[in-house]
Design a protein around this ligand. Structure first.
Ligand SMILES: Cc1ncc(COP(=O)(O)O)c(C=O)c1O
Length: 429
């Protein structure tokens, strides 16, 4: 009886798999929205306008259902089992690695390490790759990094005497490439730079960065936590040594992140953490390590989270990452045009080719108050320093309000933001 019930549930779950997107080039945002159940809820009796995607994106039904299905029918611990479910879970987990490989166009699935999030991936590199750095060695980062791509390097400054050098930006948020290049010296051991600023939306020309750094034999780590959401990424074309992103921003679950690293680096790096799964053999007096990527995945990994991430990346690839990028470029252009009409509002970040993030301040109202007031109109934006305090110092402010777009946002929602801001200005200034 129970078996028949399970079979029916299995059939229902596969019937709910998302239908393929239309082959045409038209971008049907309403069709995409229909895949995200949370977008249909209201807040304070008003339709939700979710513009906090740079902090975390909402999840399509295919992710929710894939994870639900994995827990109901495919769950066991991976790698260690000789039984049916363990083998099934292992193959789903490794399939997810293959999906990430395709998403990044990496040369091999063995170059994909699953971590807890982007922060953990950068810390892994700082610890395992950074252990060869010593006093006076230099790491070049930009002034618009997220703290996740600053603090692990500060650890190396504190603990190993490494020197941090900061690439500057122009007032519009564009990275000053010539100045960046001047920072590269024979002592530079690593460039660690964002692909897209989480505050300004600036897209950094990382291919040029890699070319300049590699010409001097310097490896490059790219923090793709924002870029991977908004544009196609091809790590082989970029030629970077490390590329990092985080699952929950790419429409996947929390608790899962990705480190792409060239195979030669993973081979040469010592493991980050020790425990189960990452060893070949453990004896009383010696240990040998497993091969990458297992060497860097100590302990039980985030199994269902990885499977959910695979579903999310498949969803993005199905919609089409070029098409998502075009849609968001249109939205951000529209938002800039609308917000430019408000003389009491200042936008931070107007670099050419910027992505779908708009940071702003308002005369007479603190960014936290802006966020609190527009929230009452159902509009979710974020306010604060956005984990980018060196950038705030560079801009001479302590905080901004930030609207950030995803594949499912509409011009109508931008309009709702603008109307909510006008009301806030009328009522509170
Ligand atoms: C550019 C950038 N890097 C790194 C991170 C850290 O991501 P996580 O908190 O998932 O590790 C974020 C998150 O906001 C980000 O925007």
């Amino acid at each position: 009886m129970a078996k028949a019930h399970d079979t029916r549930e299995l059939q229902r779950a596969s019937a709910r798999a998302p239908a393929p997107m239309p082959a045409s080039d038209s971008y049907d945002v309403e069709r995409i929205r229909a895949d995200f159940p949370i977008l249909y809820r209201d807040v304070y009796g008003k339709p939700l306008v979710y513009l906090d995607n740079a902090a975390s994106a909402q999840k399509p039904r295919s992710v929710i259902e894939t994870m639900d299905h994995a827990y109901r029918f495919e769950y066991a611990n991976v790698h260690r089992g000789l039984h049916f479910l363990s083998n099934l879970a292992t193959s789903k987990y490794e399939d997810a690695r293959g999906i990430v490989q395709r998403f990044l166009n990496a040369g091999s699935a063995d170059e994909i390490v699953f971590t807890r999030n982007a922060t953990a991936a950068i810390n892994l590199v700082a610890d395992s790759f950074g252990d060869r750095f010593g006093k006076g060695d230099e790491i070049v980062i930009s002034i618009m990094e997220h703290h996740s791509n600053i603090v692990p390097w500060h650890f190396l400054r504190e603990r190993r005497g490494v020197v941090l050098k900061w690439a500057p930006i122009a007032d519009d948020g564009e990275l000053l490439l010539d100045e960046f290049e001047r920072l590269l010296t024979p002592k530079t051991k690593l460039v660690a730079i964002t692909h897209m600023s989480n505050v300004l939306g600036t897209v950094v020309p990382v291919k040029d960065i890699v070319r300049m750094a590699h010409a001097r034999g310097i490896p490059v780590l790219i923090d793709g936590s924002q870029a991977a959401v908004h544009m196609p990424v091809d790590v082989r074309d970029l030629g970077c040594d490390f590329y990092i992103f985080t699952g929950h921003k790419t429409y996947g679950p929390t608790g899962i992140g990705v480190l792409y690293a060239k195979a030669a680096h993973l081979e040469a790096m010592r493991p980050y953490q020790g425990g189960g799964n990452m060893i070949e053999a453990v004896h009383v007096d010696r240990i040998t390590y497993g091969k990458p990527p297992q060497k860097f995945e100590a302990g039980t990994p985030p199994i269902v989270e990885a499977i959910g991430l695979g579903a999310a990346l498949n969803y993005m690839m199905q919609v089409g990452r070029d098409r998502i990028a075009r849609h968001e470029t249109e939205l951000v252009g529209y938002a800039h045009a609308q917000l430019a009409e408000l003389p009491w509002l200042k936008i931070y970040g107007t670099a050419p080719g910027k992505g779908g993030i708009v940071s702003f301040t308002m005369d007479g109202l603190h960014p936290h108050d802006i966020a609190t007031v527009v929230d009452r109109s159902g509009v979710a934006v974020r306010a604060g320093h956005h984990c980018a305090q060196p950038l705030m110092e560079r801009l001479g402010i302590t905080a901004t309000a930030r609207a950030s777009f995803a594949m499912y946002n509409t011009k109508g929602e931008v309009h709702a933001l603008v109307e909510a801001l006008k009301r806030a200005h009328e009522l509170f200034t």
